[in-house]
Structures are given as C-alpha cells and as structure tokens.
Design a protein around this ligand. Structure first.
Ligand code: NAD
Length: 498
C-alpha cells in the first residue's frame, strides 16, 4: 500500500502485511518529466555510441552488484509488497537470470545480419540494429524488482537510456534498480527513475521518448497505446491474463494437481501467469479434484512468516476476488475449500479457495482474478477443453498436461495464447531466452528472447553496389524505358526453374 503525501511531495509505501512503513521516495512532478527525458537524451549520446563489448563490463558489474545485494533487495521487496522471503529471493534470481543473459548475449542477439543478394546480383545487403533512443519503462507492483530490471536491462543492453516509472505502490523496488546501477558504476542518467501514479506515467508516455515498454493492466495498456499512436512511438505491452490449464485424461494427475495449486496460489494469486481456470477431462476429474482439495487444505493464509498465501497488495484486490467468488456462488458454483475473506488492521487476505461447478457465465472464469482462487471445470473431450480455454479475449499463457508428448504438443499448438507450457505452468515468465508475449488483450509484441532486445532497437538495412549499380545493369535508361518484354524475360529467367 502507498500513501501519496501531497504536502511533503513524497510516496510512503507500507507493508500490506504489517502496516509498517517501508520508507519514502520523492514524488516527481509532471512538469519535470521533460527535463528528465532531456537528461536521458544527453546520456544517450555516449551510452548509445558504445559498442556491445564496451557496454558489457557495465552490465557485468550490475550483475555482480545485484548478486551482492540479494538480501537488501529481498528486504525491500518484503517491506513494500508483504510477499514471503522465499518469493522475494525467487524474484531476485529471475532478475539475475535476465541481467546475465542480456549482458552475455546482447552482441550476438543484435549482430549484423547479412541478407541474400538474390536476385540483386552484384550487391550486398545487411541489417544492423541501432539503439532506438530513450526508453520509457513503466512497471506494476506484483514482481516490481524483476519486471523493472527486465525491461531496463534489455533497453540498456541494446544501447538505449531509460526513464523508469515503477508502480506507485512499490516505488522502492524500482528506485533500487537505479541505485544498484549507480553503485555498479554505470554512467549517470543511463537509468533514471521517476515516481508517481498514473498521471506521472501518462506524462512520461506523452513526452519525447523513443520507445515505451509497459507491463501492467489491460486498461492502462490500451490508454498508453492510444497516446503512443499519436506519434507512432513503438510500444511493447505486457498486460493481464486469464490463464487456462488443460488436464487431459492421460495426465500425471499428481503432478498436474501440484502445478495447479502452486501456480494459482503463488504470490496470493497476484501473478500475471497464474493458473486462473482449469479444465479437467472426465477420466481424471475425480482424482484431480481430490488431490487439489487435499493440497489446498494444507495451505493457510499467512499473516505471520510462513510461506503460504500472503496478503493482497491493497484492499481493492480483496474486493475484486470476493465479488468474483460471490458472483460464481450466486450462479451455482460450489466452494470446496476456502471462500472467506480475512482482514486485520493492516492488511487483507483471501483464504486459499477451490471452486467447482463453474461455467463461463461467471466472472471468475472470464475476468482476471489475481487472487488465490482455483476454479475447476469438468469437460468431456479435448476439443471441449480447447474451445473453453480459447474462449477469452486475454491470451497471455496456458498449459496442457498429458503423458503423451505428441498429444500435449498437438493441443498446445491449438491454444491461442502467446505462450504455452507443457506439463508445467508459468515457467515461460522466468525463461528469458525465448519470447514471451500475450495475444488479444494480453498485449502487443513480445518481451523476452532476442525480441526483448530488438524491441529497443531500430533495424536499419544497408545495401551496397559491389560492381555496377543495379540501375545500370539493366540499361542506362532504367527503369523508365525498359520494355515490358524485357521484364517478362527477366521474370522467366529468374523463376521458371523454381
Ligand atoms: P496498472 O496498469 O494499474 O499499473 C501499472 C503501471 O502503470 C503503474 O506504474 C501505474 O502507475 C502506471 N499507469 C497507470 N495508468 C497509466 C497511464 N494511463 N499511463 C501511463 N502509466 C500508467 O497495473 P498494476 O495493478 O500495477 O499491475 C497488475 C496488472 O499487471 C495485472 O493485470 C497483471 O496481469 C499485469 N501484469 C502483466 C505482466 C505480463 O508480463 N504480461 C506481468 C506482471 C503484471
């Protein structure tokens, strides 16, 4: 939770578990955003002109500094999100993985790419990747250090400078990204941080930035895309999800049940790639339900220091989850476990919950829940499971569980989400070597793999005449007076033998 104090011009995040103050950061005034971006542009002159080899020691130093400060980062994360110590450390590892990958591989990923000169004989052509410029990076509160570091490291590895706007709920985790960079000796203003709510983010989006990387809700993402369209500023959007898990009748049910419970309850369900709905085939439904019920019964809300289901980031989250469960109950769903809210003077929780008898008229099966709720639906066929899984405007991630590799791959290939996991769920999110991005209302573009760097680059193609310019090979008066007969002869010569 965060208090925005207009008198002191500060953000005061508090621990949503204990109510304790996590610290404070100065609020950035909307009027100062242009100056901040101008400083980033000045820093770009040097940073953007370095070679990958010259930038690499800086990125390696950031990796080492981040590793050295693991406990400090985890403490900040715990203090402003209330997440468990274990999850906080997992988030640091995810960030380290991304820094390590992009510091080692940036040169290879953005290597000059030669194009085939056919049929432009006597020429040479290549694509090279140049830094796009100043990047605006806007991030949410659920994995605030990892997501802030992920887009930032990609941007700076590609040679951009960054203005980071972390969530107003978790400003300290974002602030830490810039502090660690400074402690690692990165030149000043390569990474700057601005603080505030949506108005500060909106001012940054409307400023003179060259690319926008946004991770957050679909609603805010649509607003950002509309503003970016005015200036045709490239925008990468990583938005909300409604992940489906399909359990086929030949699945390893024990593993599937553990996967469903673990990833739906992780971070109290406040994970963009959480399991939000499960479709289980008749043949294994009873066993799957019995196993998930027994696992969910072992979990409890964690108001102390256990690693179970922690608090919501804000009371609003609890309201959303309670209203979705109540809507489902009113329409005939059954609570197998949980279904209760819990609140203290400082924080809000929701009991780990298992729902059955759900259908797609219920908001819990359609809207992002972002809470520790696992709704399970029985299906008769693989086709029915697929149709229901694909029946969503959100397409972030999904999973298929089956012992048959070929069957699982066939079903996975028919899911319409941007990413799919087989016999696992959500790991793509911690897998920076391959692309991750949502379809439909879950986003635009992809933010991992090579694409994660190319998002912050402009692909420039360069061609060079090695003998005579092509324009002259076909005749001095080319192309104005080349007869159609000569074009037809050329077309035949080039393609008749293909
Ligand atoms: P949010 O959209 O409310 O806020 C995200 C960030 O955008 C914050 O920094 C906020 O201040 C800023 N913002 C809000 N309105 C803005 C505007 N008009 N212009 C510019 N900036 C604006 O999201 P949240 O509540 O912080 O995060 C939860 C959401 O993020 C969930 O929907 C979750 O699924 C999504 N998410 C997606 C991914 C992914 O990789 N796809 C990862 C994590 C979270």
């Amino acid at each position: 939770m965060t208090d925005m104090d207009i008198n002191t011009h500060k953000l005061h995040p508090t621990n949503p578990r204990t109510g304790e103050s996590a610290g404070s950061v100065p609020l950035t005034s909307v009027d100062s955003i242009d100056d901040v971006v101008a400083r980033s542009r000045a820093a770009l002159e040097t940073w953007g002109s370095l070679t990958h080899q010259e930038r690499r020691p800086h990125l390696k130093a950031l990796l080492k500094t981040t590793l050295k400060n693991e406990d400090r980062i985890a403490d900040v994360l715990i203090s402003e999100t209330g997440k468990s110590k274990s999850l906080a450390h997992l988030e640091v590892i995810a960030a380290l993985t991304a820094i390590d990958l992009y510091s080692r591989k940036a040169a290879k990923m953005l290597k000059r790419r030669k194009g085939s000169s056919w049929p432009m004989v006597g020429t040479k052509g290549w694509t090279e990747y140049r830094p796009l410029g100043v990047a605006a990076v806007i991030t949410p509160w659920n994995y605030p250090f990892y997501l802030s570091m992920l887009s930032t490291i990609q941007a700076i590895a590609a040679g951009c400078t960054v203005v980071l706007k972390p969530s107003e709920v978790t400003p300290l985790s974002g602030e830490l990204v810039a502090r660690l960079a400074s402690e690692a000796g990165l030149p000043s203003d390569v990474i700057q941080v601005v603080h505030g709510a949506g108005d500060v983010g909106a001012a940054l989006v409307a400023s003179d930035v060259d690319v926008i990387a946004f991770t957050g809700s679909t609603a805010a993402g649509k607003k950002i895309a509309a503003v970016a369209a005015e200036t045709l500023t490239p925008v990468i959007l990583e938005l909300g999800g409604k992940d489906a898990m399909i359990v086929l009748d030949d699945a390893n049910v024990k593993r599937a049940a553990i996967g469903a419970v673990a990833i739906s309850m992780l971070n109290a369900g406040q994970t963009c790639v959480a399991v939000e709905r499960v479709y289980v085939m008749d043949g294994v439904y009873d066993e799957f339900l019995a196993r998930t019920e027994s696992l969910v019964r072992k979990l409890s809300i964690d108001t102390g220091t256990s690693n179970d289901v922690g608090p919501f980031i804000s009371p609003t989250q609890q309201d959303i989850v309670a209203s979705q469960v109540n809507d489902a109950l009113a329409k005939g769903a059954k609570v197998v476990v949980g279904g209760e809210t819990h609140s203290t003077k400082h924080g809000t929780w929701y009991a780990p919950t298992l729902l059955t008898d759900v259908d797609h008229t219920m908001t819990v099966m359609r809207d992002e829940t972002f809470g520790p709720v696992l709704p399970i639906m029985r299906v008769s066929t693989e086709e029915e499971a697929l149709a229901l899984a694909n029946d969503s405007p959100l397409g972030l991630h999904g999973s298929v569980w089956s012992k048959s590799k070929s069957r699982a791959e066939r079903v996975a290939s028919q899911m319409t989400t941007g990413t799919v996991a087989i016999n696992d769920h959500g790991i793509n999110f911690f897998y920076p070597t391959i692309e991750l991005g949502g379809t439909g209302e879950s986003g635009l573009g992809s933010h991992m793999g090579d694409t994660g760097l190319k998002n912050f680059s402009v692909a420039r193609s360069i061609t060079e005449a090695r003998t005579l310019p092509t324009t002259q090979l076909l005749g001095v008066k080319f192309p104005f007076r080349v007869s159609p007969r000569r074009w037809k002869l050329l077309a035949k010569a080039l393609f008749w033998w293909r």
